[in-house]
Write a protein that binds this ligand. Structure first.
Ligand SMILES: C[S@@+](CC[C@H](N)C(=O)[O-])C[C@H]1O[C@@H](n2cnc3c(N)ncnc32)[C@H](O)[C@@H]1O
Length: 287
């Protein structure tokens, strides 16, 4: 991956904060006294569901002014605002490669914390019996990161990618801009043509499983923004999810998609499993 050794532009190389006057000054002093630590990292990306960008920007400015480090460690993207965190993904060469990739969109960069979690568990699942699958692969951005980071071919694992690859008036699923591309399916096939272990399946989940479905599943990423296909996918996945297998539910923790949580929780309970809701909005399930 290119740019692996460079530094993220938003990361600072020195602490560079103003004198704190609040109760956290002790913590700050420890760093100043030369305890070996990390330089602060920060990142500002895009969010969803904001109706007044100007007000939001003012709020972020006020937030920075109110913080002990004046925003030197601020992360604000993907409806997640944090400070005083190490932000390990900004220090990870692979994730940094995504952040500096000129072909990656602002929203693909803004979901970096999600991608970092997804890649962590995809790597974990490499040691688990079974294949990989993504249900709702869209333009293949996330799947491509998995393929670039992990040598699934050498591990003898297949990656199944499912999507409708289109949207038309009256369809139940969310309209994403890329779905207006009449050649989306062909473009995604082209994107993965160098990876013979990737299978791209066009059609509505779960009906499209007739075209191919893994016998055993080590890793599944479900991201269709709609409860009906997600219920269909999960019902087919869970009986084939092997011991140690991982399911990441991209929309599980988003209140705007809460009908998905309501629909999926009983199926997960039936299988004696539990989902951990992550601050990124993802749901994590491990067998
Ligand atoms: C949010 S996008 C997925 C983004 C993708 N996972 C990524 O990270 O780049 C949701 C996708 O789900 C697909 N989708 C929605 N309903 C579907 C269904 N019934 N069958 C197959 N795909 C579906 C849409 O076409 C869309 O591409």
């Amino acid at each position: 991956m290119k740019s692996e050794n460079a530094q993220p532009p938003a990361m600072r190389t020195r602490l560079g904060v103003e004198e704190p006057d609040d109760k956290w000054s002790g913590q700050m002093d420890e760093q100043k006294q030369g305890r070996k630590g990390l330089s602060p990292g920060s990142m500002i990306g895009s969010h969803f569901n904001i109706v007044d960008q100007e007000k939001f920007a003012s709020a972020i400015q006020l937030l920075k002014e109110s913080l002990w480090d004046k925003g030197a460690t601020l992360f604000s993207a993907d409806n997640l605002i944090t400070w005083n965190k190490n932000l390990s993904f900004l220090r990870d060469p692979f994730c940094y490669g995504i952040l500096t990739d000129e072909h990656a969109s602002l929203s693909e960069k803004s979901i970096i914390w999600r991608t970092y979690i997804l890649l962590h568990f995809a790597e974990f699942a490499c040691a688990v019996e079974g294949d990989f699958a993504e249900f709702g692969c869209y333009n293949g951005h996330t799947a491509l990161q998995i393929v670039r980071k992990l040598d699934l071919g050498a591990l003898g694992k297949r990656l199944y990618l499912y999507d409708l690859f289109e949207w038309k008036e009256g369809d139940a699923h969310t309209r994403h801009i890329g779905l207006d591309n009449p050649n989306m399916y062909e473009d995604v096939c082209e994107r993965f043509c160098a990876f013979e272990f990737v299978r791209v399946i066009k059609g509505s989940v779960p009906g499209s499983f007739e075209q191919g479905f893994p016998e055993k599943i080590a890793f599944a990423h479900i991201d269709m923004n709609h409860p009906d296909p997600e219920v269909g996918a999960l019902k087919a996945i869970l009986p084939r999810l092997t011991r140690g297998g991982v399911v990441i539910l991209d929309d599980y923790g988003w209140w705007g998609y809460s009908p998905q949580k309501v629909a999926l929780d009983p199926i997960i309970r039936e299988h004696g499993l539990k989902v951990l809701e992550l601050p990124t909005g993802q749901g994590l399930l491990i067998r």
